[in-house]
Design a protein. Structure first.
Ligand SMILES: NC(=O)C1=CN([C@@H]2O[C@H](COP(=O)(O)OP(=O)(O)OC[C@H]3O[C@@H](n4cnc5c(N)ncnc54)[C@H](OP(=O)(O)O)[C@@H]3O)[C@@H](O)[C@H]2O)C=CC1
Ligand SMILES: O=C[C@H](O)[C@@H](O)[C@@H](O)[C@H](O)C(=O)O
Length: 318
Protein backbone atom coordinates (compact mmCIF):
# COMPACT_ATOMS: atom_id res chain seq x y z
CA UNK A 1 0.00 0.00 0.00
CA UNK A 2 1.34 3.42 -0.93
CA UNK A 3 1.86 5.80 2.00
CA UNK A 4 -0.18 9.02 1.88
CA UNK A 5 2.06 12.01 2.61
CA UNK A 6 0.47 15.07 4.30
CA UNK A 7 0.38 18.29 2.26
CA UNK A 8 0.70 21.97 3.16
CA UNK A 9 -1.10 24.69 1.19
CA UNK A 10 1.22 27.35 -0.21
CA UNK A 11 0.69 31.11 -0.46
CA UNK A 12 0.75 33.07 -3.71
CA UNK A 13 0.32 30.05 -6.01
CA UNK A 14 -2.37 29.00 -8.50
CA UNK A 15 -5.18 26.54 -7.76
CA UNK A 16 -4.63 26.33 -3.97
CA UNK A 17 -1.39 24.52 -4.67
CA UNK A 18 -0.26 22.24 -1.84
CA UNK A 19 3.14 20.65 -1.31
CA UNK A 20 3.54 17.05 -0.06
CA UNK A 21 5.76 17.47 2.99
CA UNK A 22 8.27 14.87 1.81
CA UNK A 23 9.56 14.87 -1.72
CA UNK A 24 12.21 12.77 -3.42
CA UNK A 25 15.48 14.56 -4.18
CA UNK A 26 16.93 13.57 -7.54
CA UNK A 27 20.46 14.92 -7.24
CA UNK A 28 22.74 11.94 -6.75
CA UNK A 29 26.42 11.84 -5.87
CA UNK A 30 28.20 10.23 -7.58
CA UNK A 31 25.79 10.77 -10.50
CA UNK A 32 23.85 7.67 -11.54
CA UNK A 33 22.63 6.81 -15.06
CA UNK A 34 19.37 8.23 -16.44
CA UNK A 35 17.98 4.66 -16.57
CA UNK A 36 18.70 4.06 -12.88
CA UNK A 37 17.25 7.47 -12.01
CA UNK A 38 14.07 6.74 -13.95
CA UNK A 39 13.71 3.30 -12.30
CA UNK A 40 14.19 4.79 -8.81
CA UNK A 41 11.53 7.44 -9.47
CA UNK A 42 9.03 4.81 -10.63
CA UNK A 43 9.68 2.85 -7.42
CA UNK A 44 9.20 6.06 -5.46
CA UNK A 45 5.81 6.69 -7.08
CA UNK A 46 4.84 3.11 -6.17
CA UNK A 47 5.63 3.63 -2.47
CA UNK A 48 3.78 6.96 -2.31
CA UNK A 49 6.07 9.85 -3.36
CA UNK A 50 4.15 12.53 -5.25
CA UNK A 51 6.67 15.37 -4.89
CA UNK A 52 9.92 15.37 -6.91
CA UNK A 53 12.76 17.84 -6.75
CA UNK A 54 14.90 18.39 -9.81
CA UNK A 55 16.95 21.20 -11.34
CA UNK A 56 18.39 22.02 -14.69
CA UNK A 57 21.81 21.52 -13.02
CA UNK A 58 21.16 17.91 -11.99
CA UNK A 59 20.58 16.34 -15.39
CA UNK A 60 17.56 14.54 -13.91
CA UNK A 61 14.75 16.43 -15.63
CA UNK A 62 14.71 14.01 -18.55
CA UNK A 63 14.63 10.76 -16.53
CA UNK A 64 12.01 12.31 -14.23
CA UNK A 65 9.90 13.19 -17.28
CA UNK A 66 10.26 9.66 -18.61
CA UNK A 67 9.34 8.19 -15.24
CA UNK A 68 6.20 10.35 -15.06
CA UNK A 69 5.17 9.29 -18.57
CA UNK A 70 5.75 5.64 -17.64
CA UNK A 71 3.85 5.97 -14.35
CA UNK A 72 0.87 7.34 -16.30
CA UNK A 73 1.11 4.49 -18.82
CA UNK A 74 1.27 1.91 -16.02
CA UNK A 75 -1.68 3.53 -14.20
CA UNK A 76 0.42 4.21 -11.05
CA UNK A 77 -1.09 7.68 -11.16
CA UNK A 78 -4.20 8.76 -13.06
CA UNK A 79 -3.08 12.25 -13.93
CA UNK A 80 0.00 14.46 -13.88
CA UNK A 81 -1.95 16.78 -11.54
CA UNK A 82 -1.42 14.28 -8.72
CA UNK A 83 2.28 15.17 -8.73
CA UNK A 84 4.12 18.20 -7.38
CA UNK A 85 7.21 18.90 -9.50
CA UNK A 86 9.91 21.45 -8.65
CA UNK A 87 12.69 22.53 -10.97
CA UNK A 88 15.25 25.30 -10.59
CA UNK A 89 16.74 28.07 -12.67
CA UNK A 90 20.47 27.46 -12.90
CA UNK A 91 22.67 30.47 -12.22
CA UNK A 92 24.08 30.71 -15.77
CA UNK A 93 20.50 31.58 -16.86
CA UNK A 94 19.81 34.03 -14.03
CA UNK A 95 19.36 36.88 -16.49
CA UNK A 96 16.00 38.39 -17.42
CA UNK A 97 16.22 37.37 -21.09
CA UNK A 98 17.30 33.79 -20.38
CA UNK A 99 14.65 32.80 -17.86
CA UNK A 100 11.62 32.07 -20.06
CA UNK A 101 13.79 30.02 -22.45
CA UNK A 102 15.26 28.18 -19.43
CA UNK A 103 11.90 27.18 -17.95
CA UNK A 104 10.65 26.15 -21.40
CA UNK A 105 13.70 23.93 -21.79
CA UNK A 106 13.06 22.36 -18.37
CA UNK A 107 9.43 21.71 -19.37
CA UNK A 108 10.56 20.07 -22.63
CA UNK A 109 13.01 17.87 -20.70
CA UNK A 110 10.22 16.91 -18.32
CA UNK A 111 7.60 16.43 -21.10
CA UNK A 112 5.29 18.66 -19.01
CA UNK A 113 3.07 21.68 -19.74
CA UNK A 114 3.67 23.26 -16.34
CA UNK A 115 5.79 23.00 -13.21
CA UNK A 116 4.32 23.22 -9.75
CA UNK A 117 7.28 25.22 -8.48
CA UNK A 118 10.14 27.04 -10.18
CA UNK A 119 12.96 28.22 -7.91
CA UNK A 120 15.93 30.51 -8.38
CA UNK A 121 18.65 27.99 -7.46
CA UNK A 122 21.11 30.43 -5.81
CA UNK A 123 21.13 34.18 -5.08
CA UNK A 124 23.89 34.72 -7.63
CA UNK A 125 24.53 34.84 -11.35
CA UNK A 126 27.22 32.91 -13.20
CA UNK A 127 28.53 33.93 -16.58
CA UNK A 128 27.28 31.60 -19.31
CA UNK A 129 30.67 29.91 -19.74
CA UNK A 130 31.15 29.29 -15.98
CA UNK A 131 32.07 25.77 -14.86
CA UNK A 132 31.83 24.42 -11.31
CA UNK A 133 33.60 25.51 -9.19
CA UNK A 134 33.57 28.84 -11.06
CA UNK A 135 36.47 31.22 -11.44
CA UNK A 136 36.09 34.35 -9.33
CA UNK A 137 35.39 36.61 -12.31
CA UNK A 138 32.46 34.41 -13.41
CA UNK A 139 30.38 35.02 -10.25
CA UNK A 140 28.08 38.07 -9.95
CA UNK A 141 25.36 39.33 -7.63
CA UNK A 142 21.84 38.72 -8.91
CA UNK A 143 19.91 41.60 -10.45
CA UNK A 144 16.94 40.51 -8.37
CA UNK A 145 14.43 43.02 -9.77
CA UNK A 146 14.70 42.02 -13.41
CA UNK A 147 15.20 38.34 -12.59
CA UNK A 148 12.12 38.23 -10.38
CA UNK A 149 10.03 40.03 -13.01
CA UNK A 150 10.90 37.23 -15.43
CA UNK A 151 10.06 34.62 -12.76
CA UNK A 152 6.68 36.36 -12.31
CA UNK A 153 6.22 36.22 -16.06
CA UNK A 154 6.77 32.42 -15.92
CA UNK A 155 3.87 32.16 -13.51
CA UNK A 156 1.67 34.64 -15.38
CA UNK A 157 2.19 32.61 -18.58
CA UNK A 158 1.01 29.45 -16.79
CA UNK A 159 4.41 27.76 -17.11
CA UNK A 160 4.49 27.18 -13.34
CA UNK A 161 1.90 27.32 -10.55
CA UNK A 162 4.28 28.90 -8.10
CA UNK A 163 7.63 30.65 -7.93
CA UNK A 164 10.21 30.74 -5.20
CA UNK A 165 13.85 30.78 -4.29
CA UNK A 166 16.56 28.56 -2.89
CA UNK A 167 19.55 29.34 -0.68
CA UNK A 168 18.22 32.85 0.11
CA UNK A 169 19.15 34.55 3.40
CA UNK A 170 16.80 36.87 5.35
CA UNK A 171 18.60 39.79 3.72
CA UNK A 172 18.12 38.36 0.20
CA UNK A 173 14.43 37.78 1.00
CA UNK A 174 13.94 41.31 2.35
CA UNK A 175 15.32 42.74 -0.85
CA UNK A 176 13.12 40.44 -2.93
CA UNK A 177 9.97 41.20 -0.90
CA UNK A 178 10.53 44.92 -1.37
CA UNK A 179 10.17 44.60 -5.17
CA UNK A 180 8.02 41.49 -5.72
CA UNK A 181 4.52 41.76 -7.16
CA UNK A 182 4.14 38.03 -6.52
CA UNK A 183 5.95 37.14 -3.28
CA UNK A 184 8.01 33.92 -3.28
CA UNK A 185 6.04 30.86 -2.11
CA UNK A 186 9.07 28.80 -1.07
CA UNK A 187 12.63 29.16 0.15
CA UNK A 188 14.48 25.83 -0.22
CA UNK A 189 17.54 25.74 2.03
CA UNK A 190 19.89 23.36 3.78
CA UNK A 191 18.10 22.41 6.98
CA UNK A 192 18.44 19.49 9.37
CA UNK A 193 19.02 18.83 13.10
CA UNK A 194 22.61 20.08 12.74
CA UNK A 195 21.83 23.20 10.69
CA UNK A 196 18.58 24.46 12.14
CA UNK A 197 18.29 27.97 10.66
CA UNK A 198 16.02 29.19 13.44
CA UNK A 199 16.13 32.87 12.51
CA UNK A 200 15.52 32.21 8.82
CA UNK A 201 12.60 29.91 9.63
CA UNK A 202 11.03 32.53 11.89
CA UNK A 203 11.49 35.22 9.26
CA UNK A 204 9.89 33.04 6.57
CA UNK A 205 6.97 32.14 8.83
CA UNK A 206 6.28 35.81 9.52
CA UNK A 207 6.32 36.56 5.77
CA UNK A 208 4.22 33.54 4.72
CA UNK A 209 7.10 31.89 2.85
CA UNK A 210 7.11 28.10 3.18
CA UNK A 211 10.50 26.53 3.94
CA UNK A 212 11.65 23.30 2.31
CA UNK A 213 14.67 21.50 3.77
CA UNK A 214 17.34 20.10 1.50
CA UNK A 215 20.04 17.68 2.69
CA UNK A 216 17.66 16.61 5.49
CA UNK A 217 19.95 13.63 6.15
CA UNK A 218 23.15 15.68 5.98
CA UNK A 219 23.70 14.54 2.37
CA UNK A 220 25.18 11.28 3.65
CA UNK A 221 27.92 9.87 1.35
CA UNK A 222 27.67 12.72 -1.18
CA UNK A 223 30.51 15.00 -2.22
CA UNK A 224 28.87 17.92 -0.33
CA UNK A 225 27.74 16.05 2.81
CA UNK A 226 28.94 13.65 5.49
CA UNK A 227 27.87 11.30 8.30
CA UNK A 228 27.25 13.96 10.93
CA UNK A 229 23.48 13.30 11.00
CA UNK A 230 23.20 9.59 10.30
CA UNK A 231 26.01 8.77 12.73
CA UNK A 232 25.28 11.45 15.34
CA UNK A 233 25.40 9.84 18.83
CA UNK A 234 22.41 11.72 20.22
CA UNK A 235 20.23 10.99 17.19
CA UNK A 236 21.31 7.34 17.27
CA UNK A 237 20.40 7.15 20.95
CA UNK A 238 16.92 8.59 20.33
CA UNK A 239 16.45 6.29 17.34
CA UNK A 240 17.40 3.20 19.32
CA UNK A 241 15.04 4.07 22.17
CA UNK A 242 12.14 4.48 19.72
CA UNK A 243 12.89 1.57 17.39
CA UNK A 244 13.44 4.01 14.48
CA UNK A 245 16.44 4.88 12.32
CA UNK A 246 18.53 8.04 12.69
CA UNK A 247 17.27 9.08 9.24
CA UNK A 248 13.68 8.85 10.47
CA UNK A 249 14.49 10.87 13.61
CA UNK A 250 15.96 13.63 11.48
CA UNK A 251 13.00 13.68 9.08
CA UNK A 252 10.43 13.54 11.89
CA UNK A 253 12.16 16.44 13.66
CA UNK A 254 11.92 18.48 10.44
CA UNK A 255 8.24 17.59 10.01
CA UNK A 256 7.55 18.73 13.56
CA UNK A 257 9.17 22.10 12.76
CA UNK A 258 6.45 22.68 10.15
CA UNK A 259 8.73 22.55 7.12
CA UNK A 260 8.66 20.26 4.10
CA UNK A 261 11.75 18.36 2.95
CA UNK A 262 13.34 16.72 -0.05
CA UNK A 263 15.29 13.58 0.84
CA UNK A 264 17.20 11.63 -1.77
CA UNK A 265 17.22 7.86 -1.80
CA UNK A 266 17.27 5.68 -4.88
CA UNK A 267 17.09 2.54 -2.70
CA UNK A 268 13.61 1.03 -2.45
CA UNK A 269 13.78 0.14 1.27
CA UNK A 270 15.32 3.46 2.32
CA UNK A 271 12.96 5.61 0.26
CA UNK A 272 10.03 3.77 1.90
CA UNK A 273 11.60 4.07 5.35
CA UNK A 274 11.89 7.85 4.83
CA UNK A 275 8.09 8.10 4.40
CA UNK A 276 7.36 6.14 7.56
CA UNK A 277 7.42 9.08 9.94
CA UNK A 278 3.77 10.10 10.23
CA UNK A 279 2.34 7.72 12.83
CA UNK A 280 4.63 8.47 15.78
CA UNK A 281 6.24 11.56 17.32
CA UNK A 282 9.20 12.86 19.29
CA UNK A 283 8.78 13.66 22.97
CA UNK A 284 9.45 17.19 24.19
CA UNK A 285 12.64 15.94 25.83
CA UNK A 286 13.89 14.37 22.59
CA UNK A 287 13.08 17.54 20.68
CA UNK A 288 14.92 19.64 23.25
CA UNK A 289 18.01 17.44 22.95
CA UNK A 290 17.99 17.85 19.17
CA UNK A 291 17.64 21.63 19.47
CA UNK A 292 20.85 21.75 21.48
CA UNK A 293 23.08 19.86 19.05
CA UNK A 294 26.10 21.87 17.84
CA UNK A 295 25.55 23.55 14.47
CA UNK A 296 27.53 22.78 11.32
CA UNK A 297 26.66 23.45 7.70
CA UNK A 298 27.41 20.89 4.98
CA UNK A 299 27.22 22.75 1.66
CA UNK A 300 29.54 25.74 2.05
CA UNK A 301 28.95 28.49 -0.44
CA UNK A 302 32.59 29.55 -0.13
CA UNK A 303 33.78 26.18 -1.42
CA UNK A 304 31.05 25.91 -4.05
CA UNK A 305 31.34 29.44 -5.50
CA UNK A 306 34.46 31.01 -3.95
CA UNK A 307 35.05 33.80 -1.44
CA UNK A 308 32.73 36.70 -2.27
CA UNK A 309 31.92 39.14 0.56
CA UNK A 310 28.32 39.54 -0.56
CA UNK A 311 27.75 35.75 -0.49
CA UNK A 312 29.42 34.74 2.75
CA UNK A 313 26.28 35.46 4.85
CA UNK A 314 24.96 32.20 3.46
CA UNK A 315 27.50 30.16 5.41
CA UNK A 316 26.57 31.53 8.83
CA UNK A 317 23.47 30.94 10.94
CA UNK A 318 21.11 33.69 9.90
N1 LIG B 1 18.59 23.79 -3.58
C1 LIG B 1 19.81 23.35 -3.45
O1 LIG B 1 20.80 24.08 -3.58
C2 LIG B 1 20.03 21.93 -3.10
C3 LIG B 1 19.00 21.03 -3.25
N2 LIG B 1 19.18 19.69 -2.97
C4 LIG B 1 18.02 18.79 -3.18
O2 LIG B 1 17.78 18.08 -1.97
C5 LIG B 1 17.80 16.70 -2.22
C6 LIG B 1 18.21 15.92 -0.98
O3 LIG B 1 19.40 16.40 -0.42
P1 LIG B 1 20.81 15.66 -0.57
O4 LIG B 1 21.83 16.72 -0.45
O5 LIG B 1 20.79 14.80 -1.76
O6 LIG B 1 20.97 14.76 0.71
P2 LIG B 1 20.10 13.88 1.72
O7 LIG B 1 20.26 14.52 3.04
O8 LIG B 1 18.75 13.64 1.18
O9 LIG B 1 20.96 12.53 1.74
C7 LIG B 1 21.04 11.68 0.65
C8 LIG B 1 21.98 10.54 0.99
O10 LIG B 1 21.48 9.79 2.10
C9 LIG B 1 21.31 8.41 1.74
N3 LIG B 1 20.07 7.97 2.40
C10 LIG B 1 18.81 8.34 2.10
N4 LIG B 1 17.92 7.79 2.97
C11 LIG B 1 18.65 7.07 3.85
C12 LIG B 1 18.31 6.27 4.96
N5 LIG B 1 17.05 6.13 5.36
N6 LIG B 1 19.32 5.63 5.63
C13 LIG B 1 20.61 5.77 5.22
N7 LIG B 1 20.99 6.52 4.17
C14 LIG B 1 20.02 7.17 3.48
C15 LIG B 1 21.23 8.39 0.23
O11 LIG B 1 21.71 7.19 -0.30
P3 LIG B 1 20.78 6.11 -1.09
O12 LIG B 1 20.26 6.78 -2.30
O13 LIG B 1 21.74 5.02 -1.37
O14 LIG B 1 19.70 5.70 -0.11
C16 LIG B 1 22.16 9.55 -0.13
O15 LIG B 1 23.50 9.10 -0.12
C17 LIG B 1 18.75 16.56 -3.42
O16 LIG B 1 18.65 15.31 -4.04
C18 LIG B 1 18.28 17.73 -4.26
O17 LIG B 1 17.09 17.38 -4.92
C19 LIG B 1 20.38 19.25 -2.46
C20 LIG B 1 21.45 20.09 -2.30
C21 LIG B 1 21.36 21.50 -2.61
O1 LIG C 1 28.94 24.01 -6.80
C1 LIG C 1 27.80 24.09 -6.56
C2 LIG C 1 27.05 22.89 -6.22
O2 LIG C 1 27.00 22.02 -7.29
C3 LIG C 1 25.66 23.28 -5.80
O3 LIG C 1 25.19 24.23 -6.65
C4 LIG C 1 24.75 22.12 -5.79
O4 LIG C 1 25.03 21.31 -4.69
C5 LIG C 1 23.32 22.52 -5.78
O5 LIG C 1 23.01 23.54 -4.93
C6 LIG C 1 22.34 21.40 -5.63
O6 LIG C 1 21.20 21.74 -5.66
O7 LIG C 1 22.72 20.24 -5.55
Amino acid sequence: MAIVVPRVTLNNCDDDLSIPVIGLGTSSSPRVSPEATKAAIIEAIKVGYRHFDTASLYGTEQPLGEAIAEALRLGLINSRDELYITSKLWSTSADKDLIIPAIKKSLRNLQLDYLDMYLIHWPLKLSEEAKLPPQKEHVFPLDIKSVWEAMEECKNLGLTKGIGVSNFTCKNLEELLSIAKIPPAINQVELNPLWRQKKLREFCKEKGIHVTAYSPLGAFKTSWGDNRILECDILEEIAKAKGKTTAQISLRWLYEQGVSMVAKSFNKERMKQNLEIFDWSLTQEESNKISQLPQTKGLKVASAFGQHDWLLDLDVEN
